[in-house]
Design a protein around this ligand. Structure first.
Ligand code: HEC
Length: 236
């Protein structure tokens, strides 16, 4: 009996010391640990980007915002056919099926070229990325890419950024505000304009914040734009 009490006391002590050392990691939700919680209720967690994963926040949401959630289409106000495609909950609410990259109304409409309507089709790379994200379970995940502000180029930094975040609303058939961002000539002329239009648009300096209807660009991306403009917006 005596031995039993002592051994349970020891067990309790060991348990307590484990709990106090580990900062209660097992009391946190999985979402928090894997960086899938974007509710803002938890302190920010640094989640390094895994090249084999597709991340909702930086890769999938910008695609939907720029290609689908435009005024007149699938933003909250227009909600064509009851599809609102401007945030995770709305995108997941219907028409997309985790693990099934070729079914569901959203993928079907993209794959048969029906959507985006009256606009260029998604590129095969964009479709492949979307399908991989669906295969990986449609997670609401994010990652923190290293912010490399030393190697900012048009082809490696600015053009891919415009493609992801801006081009869906600023191309030859859809040019929001008369602005196109689908070639170097257009992007650089905005970047070097006396009104500083490119930089002001992503920092909401006197003009509406861009990307319109989506979250602001991450600070690293804004820094990259600034550095590129300060270097004279070269075509490199
Ligand atoms: C969902 C569609 C959409 C996305 C995505 C979007 N824009 Fe726009 N943009 C518009 C519309 C529409 C206008 C016209 C002004 C307005 O309605 O607010 C506009 C206007 C602008 C203007 C002109 C602002 C002015 O008044 O001088 C610039 C510059 C601009 N966008 C840059 C960007 C950049 C850079 C991105 C990507 C980081 C981006 N936009 C993403 C829809 C979009």
């Amino acid at each position: 009996m005596h031995l039993k009490i002592i051994s349970s006391l020891i067990f309790l002590l060991v348990l307590l010391s484990i709990i106090s050392c580990k900062h209660y990691p097992f009391l946190e939700t999985n979402d928090y640990l894997t960086g899938t919680d974007t509710s803002g209720n938890n302190p920010p967690v640094v989640v390094p980007c895994d090249p084999d994963s597709v991340y909702f926040e930086s890769q999938i949401l910008p695609l939907f915002v720029s290609n689908c959630a435009q005024s007149g289409c699938h933003n909250t106000a227009s909600h064509k056919d009851n599809y609102i495609l401007d945030n995770y909950a709305n995108i997941m609410s219907h028409g997309i099926s985790p693990g099934h990259p070729t079914s569901g109304n959203i993928m079907n409409s993209i794959l048969d070229g029906e959507m985006p309507q009256n606009a260029p089709n998604l590129t095969s790379e964009q479709i492949a990325m979307l399908q991989l994200w669906i295969m990986q379970g449609c997670q609401n995940n994010h990652c923190d890419a290293a912010c490399d502000t030393n190697n900012v180029t048009y082809s490696g930094t600015i053009a891919p950024m415009m493609n992801t975040y801006c081009k869906g609303c600023h191309n030859s058939s859809t040019a929001g505000g008369g602005v196109r961002l689908d070639t170097y000539a257009y992007v650089s002329s905005l970047a070097l304009s006396t009104a500083n239009s490119l930089y002001n648009s992503v920092t909401a300096n006197g003009v509406p914040i861009m990307p319109k209807g989506g979250p602001a660009l991450p600070n690293c991306k804004i820094d990259e734009i600034r550095i590129w403009i300060q270097a004279g917006a070269p075509n490199n």
